[in-house]
Design a binder for this molecule. Structure first.
Ligand code: PBG
Length: 326
């Protein structure tokens, strides 16, 4: 038997890159930054090697380190000085994220995306205000509609501070519409919304919840984040956000949900982002520390695969280390 069709011909060194179907560049990547109002110095995050919480005074320096690698965009998360039941430090004019974003946008060329959510700001750790009868074990925790006004207020305060894009991650029904209306009424018609449209209730967020101190103090996020078993529901969530004016759609996590990334890519014209979350980062680090995986190779392969699945943008803790090698 003499095969006439030999795919191996195109795998030789010189031609391999010529026929490569997917490219990854630093401008596809968004680096997360954690700004912490409770510290005066940088604090390493143990479950996310190479990442730190930085004080507001170090926010610009931290972003400059990222820009030096070729990455052009950051998504900013805040750890407030105090928490309360409404998460009021999320929308304070002098809140940690507002102060950091004001500095970053004044002093750097970074494209600044604000994560808009309450879990880091509420004393109960849920992503909005609690329903009066909220209890563990019975599903109901966040009161949907009262949370909408606060999300809009938070987004406006972030845009006022200089955020270039708003990324709501609370999985509140109607959040994109409420934020769009709020931004428009405050004169921020040109600020785009990248919705965490398809966000699963995932155990892969574990290290982030340490990093941002946002674990729920009771119950879980099952009644607002999606069931990992669901695929049609992802399209419904994405459609609702498109109808409410989302400019870009995010799928989160990324690697265990590449089928969903592809599905959203094929069903909508909007740019698709994927969040390569903290657990996806931590597991490669842990395996490489044991000598079981090659960290650089698996990180790069992960990001190329997320793009191949259909993502245009990737939020990833590997942004700097991978960009440096591109
Ligand atoms: C806030 C938010 C979370 C993440 C991003 N924004 C935590 C959560 O929903 O529990 C997770 C990111 C990661 O794990 O890297 N709602």
């Amino acid at each position: 038997m003499n095969p006439t069709d030999r795919p191996r011909r195109l795998r030789a060194d010189g031609v391999r890159s010529l026929v490569s179907e997917t490219s990854l560049s630093a401008s596809d990547l968004i680096a997360p930054v954690f700004v912490d109002a409770t510290t005066d110095e940088r604090v390493p995050i143990p479950s996310m090697p190479g990442h730190e919480r930085v004080p507001v005074s170090e926010a610009v320096a931290r972003v400059e380190e990222i820009l030096d690698t070729g990455v052009e965009s950051v998504v900013v998360f805040g750890i407030p000085e105090s928490k309360d039941s409404d998460g009021s430090r999320a929308y304070a004019e002098d809140g940690v994220v507002q102060r950091a974003i004001r500095d970053i946008s004044a002093e750097t060329d970074a494209y600044v995306i604000a994560d808009t959510c309450f879990c880091e700001y509420t004393d109960h750790g849920h992503c909005g205000v609690l329903a009066p009868d909220a209890r563990a074990g019975e599903g109901l925790t966040v009161d949907n509609d009262p949370t909408l006004d606060l999300l809009a207020k938070t987004a406006i305060s972030q845009a006022d501070a200089g955020a270039d894009m708003i990324a709501p991650s609370s999985m509140t029904d109607g959040m994109v519409g409420a934020i769009r209306e709020g931004l428009d009424s405050a004169g921020h018609e040109d600020i785009p919304i990248m919705s965490y449209a398809v966000k699963y209730e995932s155990a892969f967020y574990g290290p982030f919840r340490d990093a941002a101190d946002g674990a729920p103090s009771f119950g879980d996020r099952r009644h607002y984040q999606m069931d990992p078993a669901n695929r049609r529901e992802a399209l419904r969530e994405a459609r609702l956000d498109v109808e409410q004016g989302a400019d870009a759609l995010m799928v989160k996590p990324a690697l265990p949900y590449l089928d969903i990334v592809r599905e959203v890519r094929d069903s909508f014209e909007h740019p698709v982002a994927a969040y390569n979350v903290s657990g996806e980062y931590a597991m490669l680090h842990a395996a490489s520390e044991k000598g079981w995986l090659d960290l650089e190779a698996t990180a790069l392969e992960s990001l190329v695969s997320i793009k191949r699945a259909g993502a245009d943008l990737i939020l990833t803790y590997f942004a700097e280390s991978v960009a440096e090698r591109l």
